[in-house]
Write a protein that binds this ligand. Structure first.
Ligand code: ADP
Ligand code: MG
Length: 371
């Protein structure tokens, strides 16, 4: 989702020929040129030791570059006092980095208190943020150790947002939680971002996380070199070289369909409501509002006991070629079910039609590329 920036709250970050060489000679980041778009999520991804954390921490000057310039909204960050710079930059790390002897509400209120807000105002803000990140207010008085890993991570995000900074830096914030919790934290972050429109730089070693969260993804290779910087769909469709191809991993053709909007013709669907008599061939069971409710095999009466669970649904208002193909492949009848934005049946999808739509798009793209 594109969020406009009427209050000037989001910021462009630009790396210009940035190098970091540590005193022992290690070149952690090598001549990095990269522009982080304002109000978007940019993900830095790559194997361990490729310079992601170093690149991130140079933005808030926890690490200083040895060569090159970093600009925020066109202004060299070394011309701003580091403390002032950091007031506009939230920072979230793995394991949340919470203060163990402070309550949750006081952890979240840390930065407002440092900024001189009254205790009451800072706590009000902290309580409001707990709700924003999906934490129950009853946790306010607890200590970090009394929360699960996923809950602690939410506190970390709330704390980083407390002073409403336009920029958020996140270093592997979800890497230490289990996969199910991680998915829900990712979904929450996307929901939050659609409301907040921050400039977010998110570091991960997990390419699936990068592809899910990033408006743009920067793939680094060891030695601190940028291998590719593109939108996720482009990364999947056209990896720049063998390293990126290998890093992006298996099934990238299929996963790439998730970034291609679907213009798939919809066929006729035979629908039936419970209570109807038996008939030949598969029929889609619908409720009185035309919402799908499973499939009825041919020759059986339309009774609840005869209904077979349906496959995935393709939403014509937001679906992709991936959701269209999956709807067709997962349907017990072989006909995928397309629904409109309200969940009402819109028509049938065949896998053949999806593949033909893909072929048409491929042809159109290669004509573009040639012209
Ligand atoms: P990543 O976050 O991608 O795992 P880092 O930015 O932490 O990578 O590290 C990049 C490289 O710099 C690695 O080779 C790492 O060992 C090295 N490095 C990181 N911090 C220091 C340091 N303080 N002194 C020397 N080398 C360092
Ligand atoms: Mg790191």
């Amino acid at each position: 989702m594109v969020v406009d920036d009427p209050g000037g709250s989001s910021r462009v970050i630009e790396f210009l020929g940035v190098t970091k060489q540590y005193p022992d000679g290690t070149v952690a980041v090598d001549s990095l040129d990269l522009k982080v778009d304002a109000g978007k999520v940019t993900v830095f991804v790559g194997p361990s030791g490729c310079g992601k954390t170093t690149s991130l921490r140079m933005i808030n000057r926890m690490i200083d570059a040895t060569a090159g310039t970093i600009q925020v909204d066109g202004k060299d960050i070394t011309s701003t006092d580091p403390a002032e710079l950091r007031r506009g930059i939230g920072y979230v790390i793995q394991n949340a980095g919470l203060f163990p002897h402070r309550t949750i509400v006081d952890n979240i209120a840390t930065v407002p208190m440092l900024l001189g807000w009254s205790k009451a105002k800072a706590r009000d803000r902290a309580t409001e943020l707990m709700e924003t990140v999906g934490l129950d207010a009853s946790m306010a008085r607890r200590y970090p150790a009394q929360l699960s890993g996923g809950q602690q991570q939410r506190v970390g995000v709330a704390r980083a947002l407390a002073a409403d900074p336009p920029i958020l830096l996140m270093d592997e914030p979800f890497s230490a939680v289990d996969p199910v919790v991680r998915e829900s934290l990712q979904d929450e972050l996307l929901r939050l971002q659609s409301e907040l429109g921050k400039t977010i730089v998110f570091v991960t070693h997990d390419i699936d996380e990068a592809i899910k969260l990033g408006d743009k993804v920067a793939v680094f290779r060891v030695g601190g070199k940028l291998a590719q910087y593109d939108e996720p769909g482009t990364l999947l469709a056209r990896p720049a070289d063998r390293f990126v191809d290998g890093f992006v991993g298996r099934d990238r053709g299929y996963r790439g369909l998730g970034f291609t909007s679907a213009e798939v013709p919809l066929g006729e669907l035979r629908t039936v409501e419970l209570g109807a008599a038996a008939a030949e061939g598969w029929r889609l069971v619908v409720d009185s509002e035309q919402r799908p409710n499973g499939w009825l095999p041919g020759g059986l009466a339309a009774e609840a006991a005869n209904v077979v669970p349906g496959g995935s649904l393709h939403d014509t208002s937001s679906g992709t070629l991936r959701s269209a193909l999956d709807a067709a492949l997962s349907s017990p009848s072989g006909q995928g079910v397309a629904v409109d934005g309200e969940g009402r049946v819109a028509g049938a999808i065949s896998a053949d039609d999806v593949l033909q739509a893909l072929e048409r798009q491929r042809a159109a793209t290669s004509v573009d590329a040639a012209g």
